[in-house]
Design a protein around this ligand. Structure first.
Ligand code: GLN
Length: 492
């Protein structure tokens, strides 16, 4: 079959179970596409072909033996932030270019236990800091919809791989939008779960109180399949919640949109820099949801102006602490011929980290230093609480909150925005992480240059099933999620 990459996760699952094709055939098909097309997209940092074929053969045995799960034999790409035993795990950094993880992240281990086949590790902004994936030591990944544009970030490799049909779905992580914004830029569905729903064990830390892993795929249904694998309590992550996991696939159907109260924050649609096409597509999608039975309710989110300054204190503060472990001594990059210990530390870190990571370590260290701690870090934590309360108040009168995922569509590669301009592009995503809420991006059309636009829906805590179900119902009634970039149409 030459069109295996067209199939949804459900179709792959059914096709494998019904012996229409084998996992080996499917895996070879994807590996062939990667070999042919990824020279243009540059989504993979590492392709694990040999291991993938071995996993595929094992999956085929399990399917024949009747011991398969719904996902046995289905290929996946992992963001290169998830530790993979025996395989290079770089977090997009020169610092970890030589790092072979001795263990699997819980998300990866769960994927293996479910029979998923790992195609490889995909590109990202260094240590997940960025919005374009250009901050990677391995170079920029291209947006499949227009190879001169970025796929977004930091999970840009995950998004580009799926949008170019170089993986059926992928894992991502979202500290301040890194699942939702690249999903938006690449026309995909991506879910950032509630903080604590997915284990962070073995997921290289950026800002621990904000980081959360989640699925990136072509549809809400495909995301639901991956959530069924990713979600759940993990004794190895004390911040993961001991709460029953939904069956995200079984919960997709129903009447999620009928009577749904969607909050429209006044402040969000008056943000300077909100692109006219993005605004128009988002408003059209909301109109469609209204036709399908939802009610639109205007709400206030008064803390909107505080989002960017608060996030860009807390995230760098936590990053400066998390990244102190890369000292050139224990693992990772080590500078050559150090004259003394200080020289080893200094040169390993200034040679091993890129500019954006160093910038954030400096900001974070400053914000946490004696004399400034109360003025910056403690104050930011107080504002963070107010931002959370703002959302909780809104959820007293609405079920979900609608927003664009990003104020613009995908930037040009090399657009070279200033750090502050770049940070302002995170306005719609970062508050969700500060509050620990779940949110989903769904594709809802294109701008005048044929670049995808995304609608973001923010839910209350643990409402992942509801968000997936709303988007699934929307996707049953529309076809934006079925559109493919030209490069995805190419056969290998
Ligand atoms: N763009 C944001 C940042 O640079 C979010 C990144 C993320 O979610 N990992 O921090």
């Amino acid at each position: 079959m030459t069109d295996l990459h067209r199939l949804s996760i459900r179709e792959l699952s059914e096709g494998l179970a019904g012996a229409k094709f084998s996992s080996r055939e499917l895996t070879e098909h994807y590996l062939k596409r990667i070999a042919k097309l990824d020279t243009q997209v540059k989504s993979y940092v590492t392709v694990t072909a040999e291991q993938a074929l071995a996993q595929a053969d094992a999956a085929d045995v399990a399917i024949k033996a009747g011991t398969a799960t719904a996902l046995t034999g289905v290929p996946i790409a992992h963001k290169d932030i998830f530790c993979t035993q025996g395989i290079k795990t770089t977090a997009g950094s020169k610092m970890l270019d030589n790092f072979i993880s001795p263990y699997d992240a819980t998300v990866v281990a769960k994927g293996k236990a479910a029979g998923l086949v790992t195609l490889g590790k995909v590109n990202m902004d260094e240590f997940a800091m960025g919005s374009t994936s250009e901050n990677s030591f391995y170079g920029a990944t291209a947006n499949p919809w227009n190879l001169g544009h970025v796929p977004g970030g930091s999970s840009g490799g995950s998004a580009a791989a799926v949008a170019a049909d170089l993986a059926p779905f992928a894992t991502g992580t979202d500290t301040g939008g890194s699942i939702r914004q690249p999903a938006s830029f690449c026309g995909l569905t991506g879910l950032k779960p509630s903080y604590g729903r997915v284990s962070r064990f073995g997921m290289i830390a950026y800002a621990s109180s904000l980081d959360q892993g989640g699925p990136m795929a072509r549809s809400a249904e495909d995301c639901a399949y991956l959530m069924n694998v990713m979600a759940g309590h993990d004794a190895k992550d004390s911040t993961s919640i001991e709460k029953d996991v939904d069956d995200y696939v079984a919960n997709l159907n129903g009447t999620a949109i009928q009577g749904l109260r969607i909050g429209i924050p006044k402040q969000y649609f008056n943000v300077a820099g909100l692109d006219a096409d993005v605004k128009a597509r988002v408003e059209e999608s909301l109109k469609k949801l209204e036709e399908m039975g939802a009610t639109l309710v205007e709400i206030d989110l008064n803390m909107t102006e505080a989002y960017v300054p608060t996030y860009y204190l807390i995230a760098p503060a936590e990053a400066s602490s998390n990244l102190s472990r890369y000292d050139g001594v224990r693992y990772g990059y080590r500078a050559e011929n150090p004259v003394d210990l200080m020289d080893l530390y200094k040169r390993s870190r200034s040679e091993g980290f890129g500019a954006e990571v160093q910038r954030r370590i400096l900001i974070g260290t400053y914000a946490l230093s004696a004399g400034y701690y109360d003025a910056y870090y403690v104050k930011a934590q107080k504002v963070r609480r107010l931002i959370q309360q703002d959302f909780l108040k809104a959820f007293e009168s609405v079920d979900v909150i609608a927003a664009p995922a990003a104020p613009t569509t995908a930037y040009k590669i090399g657009a070279n925005l200033s750090p502050v301009e770049m940070y302002l592009g995170d306005i719609y995503t970062i508050a969700v992480n500060l509050a620990g809420l779940p949110a989903i991006n769904a594709p809802v059309g294109f701008d005048k240059d044929n670049l995808p636009v995304g609608l973001q829906l923010i839910g209350n805590y643990w409402s992942e099933s509801q968000l997936l179900s709303v988007v699934h119902q929307y996707q049953l009634a529309t076809d934006w999620h079925t559109k493919r970039a030209a490069i995805a149409e190419e056969n290998a």
